[in-house]
Ligand binder design. Structure first.
Ligand code: FMN
Length: 225
């Protein structure tokens, strides 16, 4: 009897451990199932947000195609700010190209990379720039966000000729773009990235427009990249 009692008291923690392990496995499985079920909805929401941002940067009346479908990718770490392929959406009205939206990256923000959406019209002028994501400091660098200040709206209408390339800098560095009080690093990074996106479009315009949707933009032989 004593031996049986000792055995059952030894078995109790083992049984509890097994139960705990089974419960944990079940919980992990449930989380995975819920995640899998929710994933299509999460992706649909993200896509809807992207379309809204694209439309806001471009002006919804300017195009009539599906910006999420008419997309090509480009890889140019020097001008697009990342080793990753960068999506370029093509906006058309009645089948004619009216603008491209380049998901360029400013790699040198204060707190890391800043993802941008740079909308350029066929005349090479900026239609708008929006911040897709950033980690800049609230109250300092986050003034690049259109919800925090109108700084980013000042790019609209600018081009490679306006201002001249040497004035594509913040005022503190001798350029035409405002910096923020106590925060020069962030606007400097964004100004540089927007200029580079314009240079990329200027050098690859024909290839960007000619590439079939879903393909990679051919490198321009002239660029040597
Ligand atoms: C905690 C902390 C957070 C900061 N965050 C930012 C920021 O988000 N963006 C920015 O441009 N500068 C930020 N700064 C200030 C920069 O370090 C820098 O002093 C400022 O941008 C001026 O740069 P400049 O000397 O090259 O003109 C931050 C400084 C501190 C101490």
């Amino acid at each position: 009897m004593d031996t049986q009692g000792a055995e059952s008291s030894r078995a109790r923690p083992v049984r509890a451990g097994l139960l705990l392990a089974a419960a944990a496995t079940l919980a992990v499985g449930l989380v995975a199932v819920v995640h899998d079920l929710a994933q299509p909805r999460i992706e649909a929401n993200e896509n809807a947000q992207r379309v809204a941002r694209l439309a806001a940067a471009l002006g919804a009346e300017r195009y009539d195609n599906d910006l999420l479908q008419d997309v090509v990718t480009a890889r140019d770490p020097e001008l697009l700010g990342t080793d990753e392929p960068v999506p370029i959406h093509r906006a058309r009205l009645g089948g004619e190209p009216v603008a491209v939206l380049i998901e360029a990256v400013a790699p040198d923000g204060y707190a890391g990379s800043i993802r941008l959406l740079v909308a350029v019209g066929m005349d090479g002028r900026l239609l708008g720039v929006r911040v897709l994501s950033h980690k800049e400091t609230p109250g300092l660098g986050d003034a690049i966000d259109e919800r925090k200040s109108d700084w980013i709206s000042k790019f609209a209408g600018r081009s490679l000729q306006d201002p001249a390339p040497e004035r594509w800098r913040v005022r503190k560095d001798g350029g035409d773009f405002d910096q923020f009080t106590g925060a020069t690093v962030t606007p400097r990074a964004v100004v540089h990235a927007v200029l580079n996106a314009l240079v990329y479009f200027d050098g690859h315009r024909a290839a960007i427009l000619a590439a079939p949707a879903g393909t990679v933009v051919a490198q321009s032989p002239a660029s040597g990249r």
